[in-house]
Design a protein. Structure first.
Length: 104
C-alpha cells in the first residue's frame, strides 16, 4: 500500500496522540487505529484517509459494535457482549470525537 505524504502526516498525528496501529484478520485493506480499548478502521483510498464504518470496542477476537438491546446498550461481536457502562460510553464518545478531529 502506497501512502501519500498527507496520509503519512495524518497517521503521525494519531501516533503522537497516543493511538497504536493494529491489523485485523480479513480487513487488511484498512488501517486499524486503537486507543483505550476502542478501534476505528481507516480507508486509505484516493489519497486521503477516511473512517470506514463505525468505531468499535476491541475484543481479542474481533470488533464489537455498539448496539441497543432490550437490556440496554452493549458492544457486541458474534456471541460476545460487553455491557456499555457509562464509563465505556464516555470513552467511546471521546475516542469517536478524537478520531474525527484528527482526520480533519
Amino acid at each position: 500500500m502506497e501512502l501519500s505524504p498527507a496520509q503519512i502526516a495524518t497517521l503521525e498525528r494519531f501516533l503522537n496522540s497516543g493511538f497504536r496501529f493494529v491489523t485485523l484478520e480479513r480487513m487488511e485493506r484498512y488501517l486499524g487505529i486503537e486507543k483505550a480499548g476502542f478501534i476505528a478502521l481507516l480507508d486509505p483510498s484516493e489519497g486521503k484517509l477516511v473512517q470506514f464504518g463505525q468505531v468499535g470496542y476491541l475484543f481479542p477476537e474481533g470488533v464489537g459494535m455498539l448496539v441497543e438491546r432490550g437490556e440496554g446498550k452493549a458492544f457486541v461481536w458474534k456471541s460476545r457482549a460487553q455491557p456499555a457502562t457509562p464509563e465505556l460510553l464516555a470513552g467511546y464518545e471521546r475516542f469517536r470525537c478524537e478520531v474525527q478531529e484528527l482526520l480533519r
